[in-house]
Ligand binder design. Structure first.
Ligand code: NAD
Length: 260
């Protein structure tokens, strides 16, 4: 049912973690990819890793900062010039920000996190939707978080940005359904990627692995999620098999969000 032959998918944050895992899953099913990231080395690594197991994969990379609207427009224009269309868009680049109480969080930090996680997602939707509406088809998956559907604590900017991503998803899903476009969000729990390692290090320093063990001890599945588990969900949601799923927020967290 899931077939990406002749499909074109853009992935932001494609140079690491969940973006790379989704790219892997889509490439294995024959999709053509445009990977976008501000980290050039990460992009090269993703491309090389995928080509090592899917040698005939068609992968383009674009270095861009999703907080810069011009650069967002450029990666969308590049994709249309190169491949003529956009079937799927994984609007995923994001940062965790510092962990702190609201009063200590810092206005600059708040602005920085909102800028990447919310403004970046909005700009991406703005330009991708214009193309998809003209085509009369397309699917978008935005990356929210458990922190976008529950109160987790110590993450004002992250919580506000990810709740914002959920709002954008529901709003635009309602607007664009009639044009044959589906827009959904995923709400991952703790998935072991460089971002999660970074936040565990903020809490535990060199002892971050024991902090991680304690963290997942309250997860119903008692473990971290794997990037490929999220990659497979994204590949499903962006495929024709999931066309009637729209304006939804799908947790992928081992049940963690029900524990808050
Ligand atoms: P990651 O740090 O491994 O990957 C994020 C990628 O986004 C990096 O390659 C980074 O260079 C890129 N990026 C960051 N800011 C950017 C910018 N301004 N412009 C372009 N690229 C930028 O993290 P990840 O875990 O793969 O996170 C991916 C998404 O998933 C994020 O939106 C994150 O908030 C979300 N998320 C992750 C988890 C988790 O447990 N890993 C849980 C919930 C949500």
């Amino acid at each position: 049912m899931i077939n990406y032959t002749d499909k074109v998918v853009i992935i932001t944050g494609g140079g690491s973690g969940l973006g790379r895992a989704a790219a892997f899953s889509i490439a294995k099913q024959g999709g053509k990819l445009v990977l976008v990231d501000m980290n050039k080395e990460g992009l090269e690594e993703s491309k090389n890793e995928i080509l090592a197991s899917v040698p005939d994969a068609q992968i383009e990379t674009v270095e861009a900062n999703v907080t810069n609207e011009e650069e967002v427009k450029n990666y969308i224009d590049f994709t249309v010039e190169k491949f003529g269309k956009i079937d799927g868009f994984f609007n995923n680049a994001g940062i965790e920000g510092k962990q702190n109480l609201t009063e200590e969080y810092g206005s600059n930090e708040f602005e920085k996190v909102i800028n990447v996680n919310l403004n970046g997602v909005f700009y991406g939707m703005k330009y991708a939707l214009k193309v998809m509406k003209e085509q009369g088809y397309g699917s978008i998956v935005n990356t929210a978080s458990v922190g976008g559907i529950r109160g987790v604590g110590n993450q004002s900017g992250y919580a506000a940005s990810k709740h914002g991503v959920v709002g954008l998803t529901r709003n635009s899903g309602v607007e664009y359904g009639e044009f044959g476009i589906s827009i959904n969000a995923i709400a991952p729990g703790a998935i072991m990627t460089p971002m999660v390692e970074g936040s565990l290090r903020q809490i535990g320093g060199e002892d971050w692995e024991s902090v991680g063990k304690e963290f997942v001890s309250v997860n119903p599945m008692k473990r971290f999620g794997k990037p490929e588990e999220v990659g497979n969900l994204v590949a499903f949601l962006l495929s024709d098999a999931a066309k009637f799923i729209n304006a939804s927020v799908i947790p992928i967290d081992g049940g963690q969000s029900y524990k808050y």
